[in-house]
Design a protein around this ligand. Structure first.
Ligand SMILES: C[S@@+](CC[C@H](N)C(=O)[O-])C[C@H]1O[C@@H](n2cnc3c(N)ncnc32)[C@H](O)[C@@H]1O
Length: 619
């Protein structure tokens, strides 16, 4: 047939391979000077991404997240485009058909068409994911989009993704839900859930063994602060056709206590007759982070990365994780995860949770779980960098920086400062706001090798860090924490907005979530300045959603309030009907902008609809 015969086919394959190889090299890094690069002529302002950042190198070399002899290999892989990965929906009725199409059709056909001699499979199942349900290709998302040889495979991915049979998701992002040990009857809180790839994974697990026509006993509450990202979350999860999901839009650190009118079960603490407080069997705490683990997917992070990103998020991460712990049932498991490699966002946060919770939580040793997954143990030692200075412990922090750099960032978590201490020697007697105060003195410019770094006495090696060159992936950090008893009780001083509270009768024992939150002696959870700067300058757009590819595409891991740069913001009066705001205040309405086509969240007003929902779910 056309072009037929063995010779014709092999010629075509060779040509395709050559074309493919060239475009493989081109898509990621094109030189402006290269006249053959299509974009350089079409768009003279086009610049290739810079894939290096001296501050990044200096910081991570000093932290020792990989051994010195591995450094070159580590950054070499970090500079390469991330191979596309996806998961088959384990609860889909077409799950086995899709898996066999991959195993029996695409594995061979793609190998023959585009792989170089001896090159590892064009697509292959991820060895650590159960039942061959997660796959990784040798192609980046860009290659999948642009390369005609891959068209049939790309169309397959797009279609199956759209109808919910597969989910396109970065491989390492699939890991945290696996360590949650979810059972179909579990109540799960996904605290920072958008755009929802892990929520979808959790829903799959609770639906997996449900018979057609029946609903699982479990439920997922998926929360996110950003309303636009909540829209994406809804768009993503509606592919699942589930009734066992509630999407909420709160600050996770202030996630309200949920009360239900039901017979209290072991999932709940009975408050009054018929009113119980819902606690969760599992909590996923995939917090906003600086996102440098997604560098391969979002190379613009190279340019934007700076040490302030991680330092500025530490406090918020602690607060979110602590709220998660307080909402977790005794005996329950919480996974804390980030797509950042930075110890201040990772080990330091986990350490602070362990310290604040005393003996009521345990860092679980999961080294024997998912043995095929290559991981590195968590660090027990790290240092903080601030304003160009390395700091080994809190006592080294100049007074003018003590609101931004806090004790919990250091391995010991101790403050150890003399209360009469007026500040560190490099303060130069100036006040912290002057420019001079920001210049480190020679004395303060201690070389990182001379630092007397603290070593944590917590078993932080039980945390895990996934690094790119171990299994050709992005980077991720994961810690599994078990709640073994109620958290230390402190004087009740609510840090949580209490809504729809049942009136407390004075003579009855009254348990609120807030009285389980360990607080400092002033009854406050510590907040470092900058923690609420949700979008520290240069925070990544790592999570730019690949709309072009997947409609309202769905794979994004790092926090990115900066995405809102692309959306229009209009000031509108508060909506009195929904009560979202106080009279006289103005509130910013995030317009759809580039999210056009993604279903907006709509508030029901029609009583008939509301009562039919109430009838379905019960009160
Ligand atoms: C790392 S992303 C979550 C990725 C998500 N778990 C997934 O797998 O698709 C972090 C999310 O946290 C949200 N976020 C940021 N600050 C938050 C807060 N204070 N409370 C709740 N969510 C927050 C961001 O909008 C972002 O969607």
């Amino acid at each position: 047939m056309g072009g037929g015969g063995r010779e014709g086919r092999s010629y075509r394959s060779r040509t395709q391979r050559k074309h493919f190889k060239q475009s493989r090299e081109n898509v990621w890094k094109r030189s402006k000077a290269d006249p053959s690069a299509p974009d350089s002529t079409d768009n003279p302002s086009w610049q290739p991404f810079a894939t290096q950042n001296p501050a990044f190198d200096e910081y991570y070399k000093a932290q020792g997240i990989v051994a010195a002899e591995e450094w070159e290999r580590f950054v070499e892989v970090l500079r390469k485009a991330l191979p596309a990965a996806f998961r088959i929906n384990s609860s889909s009725q077409f799950c086995s058909d899709i898996r066999s199409q991959l195993e029996n059709d695409f594995m061979e056909s793609l190998q023959a068409e585009v792989s170089e001699e001896g090159e590892a499979g064009a697509i292959r199942p991820l060895p650590w994911y159960p039942d061959n349900l997660a796959w990784q290709s040798n192609f980046s998302r860009m290659q999948l989009r642009k390369n005609r040889t891959l068209e049939r495979f790309h169309e397959f991915l797009k279609l199956e993704n759209e109808i919910g049979n597969i989910t396109r998701q970065e491989a390492v992002s699939m890991v945290p839900p696996l360590f949650l040990d979810v059972q179909p009857d579990h109540f799960i809180l996904d605290m920072c859930a958008a755009p929802g790839s892990k929520t979808f994974q959790l829903l799959e697990i609770i639906h997996q063994s449900t018979k057609p026509g029946s609903l699982p006993d479990g439920m997922v509450v998926a929360n996110d602060l950003d309303v636009q990202r909540c829209n994406l979350l809804i768009h993503q999860t509606k592919r699942m056709c589930t009734a066992n999901l509630i999407v909420t839009n709160h600050e996770a650190q202030h996630f309200p206590g949920c009360r239900s009118k039901s017979n209290a079960s072991d999932k709940e603490i009975e408050l009054e007759s018929n009113i119980s407080q819902l606690l969760f069997d599992r909590v996923l705490c995939d917090v906003p982070c600086s996102g440098d683990g997604t560098l391969r997917k979002a190379p613009d992070i190279w340019r934007k990365w700076n040490v302030g990103l991680g330092n500025g998020l530490h406090s918020l991460q602690v607060q979110i994780a602590m709220r998660g712990m307080s909402l977790l049932k005794v005996g329950g498991r919480m996974v804390y995860s980030t797509c950042s490699m930075n110890p201040v966002e990772n080990e330091a946060v986990v350490s602070e949770i362990l310290r604040k919770c005393g003996g009521s939580v345990e860092l679980v040793d999961v080294s024997s779980e998912i043995p095929q997954l290559i991981r590195r143990p968590g660090l027990r030692s790290w240092k903080i960098r601030d304003k160009g200075v390395w700091l080994a412990s809190y006592k080294d922090v100049p007074k003018y920086r003590r609101t931004g750099i806090i004790p919990s960032m250091f391995p010991s978590g101790r403050s150890d400062v003399d209360p009469t201490d007026n500040g560190h020697k490099q303060e130069n007697g100036t006040n912290g706001n002057s420019e001079d105060a920001l210049q480190p003195t020679e004395d303060a410019m201690t070389s990182v090798d001379d630092l007397d770094v603290e070593v944590s006495d917590l078993p932080l090696e039980r945390c895990m860090r996934l690094v790119p060159h171990d299994q050709n992936s992005g980077a991720f950090f994961i810690a599994v924490i078990q709640k073994v008893s109620l958290l230390p009780v402190v004087q009740e001083k609510s840090t949580t907005p209490q809504r729809n509270l049942v009136p407390k009768k004075d003579d009855e024992p009254h348990i609120t979530l807030s009285n389980q939150i360990p607080e400092d002696k002033n009854g406050k959870v510590e907040v470092a300045d900058g923690a609420n700067e949700m979008c520290p300058e240069g925070t990544s757009e790592a999570n730019l959603i690949d709309n072009e590819d997947e409609g309202a595409a769905l794979e994004s891991d790092s926090f990115n309030a900066c995405e809102n740069h692309d959306t229009e913001e209009t000031e509108v009066p508060v909506d009195k009907e929904t009560g979202s705001g106080r009279t006289g205040e103005k509130r910013k309405l995030q317009m759809q902008g580039k999210w056009k086509g993604v279903d907006p969240v709509v508030f029901f007003k029609d009583e008939t609809i509301i009562s039919s929902i109430q009838t379905f779910y019960g009160n």
